[in-house]
Design a protein. Structure first.
Length: 409
């Protein structure tokens, strides 16, 4: 969001308050230009190697966003049959979609493989079943747990020894035994370390572990290093230096490929990096409550629409787009849900008045996709702003939507 010389916030020249007037509040808004810019930055950082981006669409499954990804040459990583179907509806061929399950029923894997998707096998029992079911007729990747702890919060670390994800690299002998027993065609190794990883070091550490492990698999075509690049959440926040990371990883990857004897593909599965900063949750102030202890700003939203602050303690920067030049005061910004749903504590904001529009930043990843109907509240509408035009890409829910699956009405 830009602040103009006239002290007005805009998204591609559009005043966000006009968007809430037209499409209602609360409202998720995605800026397509930011998605394009972030994608180009990642492509540019790894221009020296054969790199493919698989968007981790758990972060945002709006079909308009998926179609935009497809248009700019980004493929998909999915974690459920539902996401797989959404990918296909967005125009992806099944072969462009990778299924990265986590302890799912095997029939989900069977259906995905038979439909043409590649699967990241994440447990020894699944590998055994894969071998029994497909032998060497279908290729797959193996999700390795490298036992490296990195990430912004313990709940978003996924590669440490205690994590449920993947097959521990310490079980390499067992993996090899099963692969040999069924002659399984392993074409790739995968790992995902976690989210909000700023420094290059953990990425290099896990890359080295995968490269070392890869030497035991002669038919590889892919090394997938997952996602997890850190983006900026607060002004001045340190972020992953993509140019530095691109140079360092590319250099090691090239060395690995020459030792391996073949040029492989390097895959990444970013979610946040591509969409977090593109998204805004626009909300309206319902009540400003001046309590002896604190000033509370209630908004027409809550943990049902953006759960990250309550779930991970995540910081989301907040702008008062209705009063950018107001005098700053400290507020607790809270929701309307009957739970403690604090978006921000003791946050300095330009004076907030009832009816003001606030914008939560970094709402493009794990915002709408983690939303719910708690308290029988409707989920917001979604708007995509692209090429200077704002388009409604999901209508607001209604009572009929909430009742759709209930029986005996
Ligand atoms: N890949 C896998 C397997 C994941 O579980 C996740 C996030 O949970 C991602 C990629 C994307 O992570 P991020 O949004 O931090 O880039």
């Amino acid at each position: 969001m830009q602040l103009s010389d006239q002290n007005q916030y805009t998204i591609q020249g559009i005043d966000p308050t006009q968007l809430t007037e037209k499409f209602g509040s609360p409202l998720y808004v995605y800026d397509g230009a930011t998605i394009r810019r972030k994608t180009e930055a990642l492509q540019h950082a790894f221009a020296g190697v054969n790199m493919k981006i698989k968007f981790a669409c758990k972060s945002n499954t709006n079909l308009a966003v998926l179609r935009l990804m497809k248009e700019i040459g980004v493929e998909l990583d999915v974690v459920s049959p539902g996401e797989f179907e959404m990918g296909k509806l967005a125009g992806y061929d099944a072969s462009q979609i990778t299924f990265t399950p986590s302890g799912v029923p095997f029939y989900e894997v069977k259906e995905a493989v038979e439909a043409g998707a590649l699967v990241n096998v994440d447990s020894l029992p699944l590998l055994e079943w894969f071998g029994q079911t497909f032998g060497n007729t279908k290729p797959c990747l193996i999700r390795i747990k490298p036992n490296v702890a990195a990430g912004g919060h313990e709940k978003i670390m996924t590669a440490h020894a205690d994590s449920k994800f993947g097959i521990s690299v310490l079980l390499l002998d067992d993996i090899l035994e099963i692969v040999k027993k069924y002659d399984i065609k392993i074409i790739g190794l995968h790992q995902h370390t976690g989210s909000d990883i700023k420094d290059a070091e953990p990425f290099l550490q896990v890359a080295d572990i995968l490269f070392e492990t890869a030497k035991h698999f002669p038919d590889l075509e892919i090394v997938d290093l997952g996602g997890g690049f850190k983006v900026s959440y607060m002004p001045g926040d340190a972020v992953t230096d993509m140019t530095l990371l691109g140079n360092k990883i590319s250099e090691r990857f090239k060395k690995f490929c020459s030792e391996y004897g073949r040029e492989l593909q390097l895959w990444f599965e970013p979610g946040k990096f591509l969409v977090s900063e593109s998204g805004y949750l626009l909300v309206t102030t319902t009540v400003v409550k001046e309590d002896p202890a604190r000033n509370f700003v209630h908004v027409d939203s809550g943990l049902n629409h953006l759960i990250r602050p309550m779930m991970y303690g995540s910081y989301h920067h907040i702008l008062n787009v209705s009063n950018p030049t107001g005098e700053e005061k400290p507020y607790n910004v809270v929701g309307y849900i009957c739970e403690t749903d604090t978006f921000a504590s003791d946050r300095n904001l330009p004076e907030v008045r009832q009816g003001d529009t606030l914008a939560f930043l970094n709402a493009g990843a794990y915002g709408f996709t983690m939303s719910s109907n708690y308290n029988a509240r409707f989920r917001p509408a979604e708007v995509l702003v692209d090429n200077g035009e704002a388009r409604l890409v999901r209508r607001r829910e209604t009572l009929e939507d909430l009742l759709l699956t209930q029986q005996g009405l």
